[in-house]
Structures are given as C-alpha cells and as structure tokens.
Design a protein around this ligand. Sequence first.
Ligand code: CTP
Length: 409
Amino acid sequence: MLKGKKIILGITGSIAAYKAAFLLRLLVKEEAEVQVLITNAGKEFITPATLSALSGRPVLGTFFETGDGTWHSHVDLGTWADAMIIAPASANTLAKMTAGVCDNLLLTTYLSARCPVFIAPAMDLDMFSHPATQSNITLLEKHGCMIIEPATGVLASGLHGKGRMEEPEAIVEKIRKYYLDLETRPRLDGKRVLVTAGPTYEKIDPVRYIGNYSSGKMGFAIAERLAARGAIVDLIAGPVQLSVKNENINRINIVSARAMFEKSTELFPLCDGAIMTAAVADYAPAKISPKKIKRKSENITLKLKANPDIAAKMGEIKRDNQVLCGFALETDNEEENAIVKLKKKKFDFIVLNSLVEKGAGFMSDTNRITIIDTDNKKQVFPLKSKKDVADDVIDFFAASMLKKEHPQT
Ligand code: CTP
C-alpha cells in the first residue's frame, strides 16, 4: 500500500522520538521514500545520523545549510510529499500548527503541504488532557489532519496515563488503512446527503423534557465519513455533546422532533439521499406547561401526542433517484420489526442495531449492525468502531445510489 509513496516524517522534541526510528524503518521496509524533518528539540532525543542511515537521505532541520548556504524549500517539500506524518508531535508543535506559526522547517513544510497529514501526539498525561492541547487537537482535525490517538500506559515522567505515542506498527497500519479506504471505498463527490442524528427533547415544562439516551455518535460518524468521501452533508442534530470536524458538514441544531421534521422536509428535496440515524421521540406532551409543574400528589398523568414520523415523511416525498436509509434499534423480534419499518417508511435499506448486543447501540463507541434491503438481502457485520460502521453504511448507500443511476448494472 505504501510502496513508492513519498512520505515526510516530522520528528519533534519528545522522548518518543526514539520510536520514530522504528517507524522510519517500517516505512522504508514498506518501500516508501521517506524524508525526515526534525526540530532542534527533536535532535536532543535522537541523532540525525541514525535517521539519515535508516532513511538513506540527509535529515533536514534548518532552512539553510551553514556550510554552503543551500536553501531547503519547504514549498518543494510540501508539494513533493504524498503524506506527512508528525510522530512524535509535542504539545508545543501542536499549538504552533494550529496557530500557523512557522519558525522551523517542519512547521513551514506543514503549512505548505497539500497531502494528508497524520499526527501522533506524545506527551505527559496532564499536558495531553489540558484543555489547551485538547482544543488544539480538535482544531487540527477541523483543518483536516488525522490524529493518531496516543495510548495509555507508563509515561517518561513515571506517571501512568494517556500520552504515550502510539506504537510504530499501529501508526503504519492506520496509514495503510487510510490509503486502502481511499482506493477501494466509493466516493460521493458532488452528492448532497441529509443526516439526522442524536435524540430529540420534548418539553414538558420550563425545566423538564422527555428525551432518550442517544449520544449521536453514529450519526456524527456517518456525517464525517460522508464528508471525507466528498459529499456535502446537512446534519440535523438533536442536543448532543459532539462537534463536527469537516467543513463540508452543515450542522443544524434542533431540539424537538417537530423542529427536526421541519428542517428535514425543507432540506431533503435538495439532497441526493438521507440517512436517518436520529432517535426521535415518538411522543411529545400534548400541552407544555408554561410554569414548572409542582409536586402535589403521588401520581401524575401526562397526556402525550404522537410526533410526526420524519423518516416516513421522507419515504413519502422521496424521488425515484433519492436513496433513503433508516436505522432500527430493537430489543426483540429484531429482523421482523426492522423489515416492517423498511417497508412502512419506504427505505431503500435499513440498518439494524441491537440493544441486547454487548458494545452496540446507544452511548458506546462501537456498533454491530445488520443491513437489510428491499430485496430482503441481509448482510451481517461484526462488531466495529462507529467510524468503521459508518463506512460500511456509506458503502451500501453509495452502491444503492449507483444502482438507481445505472439500473441495468
Ligand atoms: N424515525 C423518524 N421519526 C420518528 C421516528 C423514527 O425519522 N418520529 C426514524 C429513525 O430515525 C429511524 C427509523 O425511523 O431511522 C426507525 O426508528 P425507530 O425509533 O426504531 O422506529 P419507530 O418508527 O419509532 O418505531 P418504534 O419506536 O415503535 O420501534
């Protein structure tokens, strides 16, 4: 996968710099061409001689060679590279990258790079968890960088926590997977997709609501992966503690099912399809009390009225060339119930996730799904991260779209 790829390996000041030598060796073994860039602080932890011997190229660290005045062009380096990996990336370098500071060759090259950038942070646990570092990481993801999360373990300080640079093998694996996905997963350039995500809250009185445990993680992962594959995404999100990274995601925050319904009916006709992951409250209080309801008796009766079924409405107004995907979360008779929903709401396919499955459904970072389509074809997937599940759903979505565009194939 990495054979012949031109890779810049940026090394900054961290004890994990020694691991960069192993990373470099693995990349060279994969037959990648690697150019090492190192900061002055990085040189305190590993010598350029080691890195130069392993890469078979001079290691670059300064703009000018002191001896003959040769100039190293960061622009040339930035355009030469197919990928840039900054490993280890110190807190200082992360902060400079977010601000666009370019006081060394590594940083100027980063700003000039047109290629994908992978960042493997390494630092002490408190530095890593500090809000400043965390917001820098969020910002770098927004700028399109891919963060390779550090691992948890014993740190150079002797403390135990999250901050150890990921192991070189795992870093190479992530980069390999990035290229594999890029080359094998279908793209959605120019397509516009609506995604609903998260719970809805239905107001009871000024301080209370009816809600559910949906975290929104599945829908947000789908939105991010759609955007990463070139789609423009309208993400209609209920109240969740999540942020979006890709600038091609147009996030619309709503609270109630009624508001989600209105936004969805407005935007769906402009889209090529929709993926309905939201856990919409089926009922809302028939009357919202303008004042806080006081505790007066042992029992209280709340009259509820049905909310609009957003997905069913999308199924009703769907054009022949639009793809509609629904989700079903079931506790019993899973497949039977999912097939009823598939037909009733006129979905092209439905993604079934079970609440009884360990590691699947609400709140968790993983999910286990079964996809059922209108031909009653069933595809069962193993337990995966929600990001990987998102890719599986999008593959199916893209294939359904292609089938509609070219029915004979
Ligand atoms: N859905 C929706 N609007 C609603 C209810 C559900 O858009 N008012 C969508 C969900 O986003 C999901 C699909 O319909 O894609 C199925 O949702 P689910 O809650 O499993 O089904 P319901 O139709 O609400 O049926 P029930 O709660 O009785 O299982």
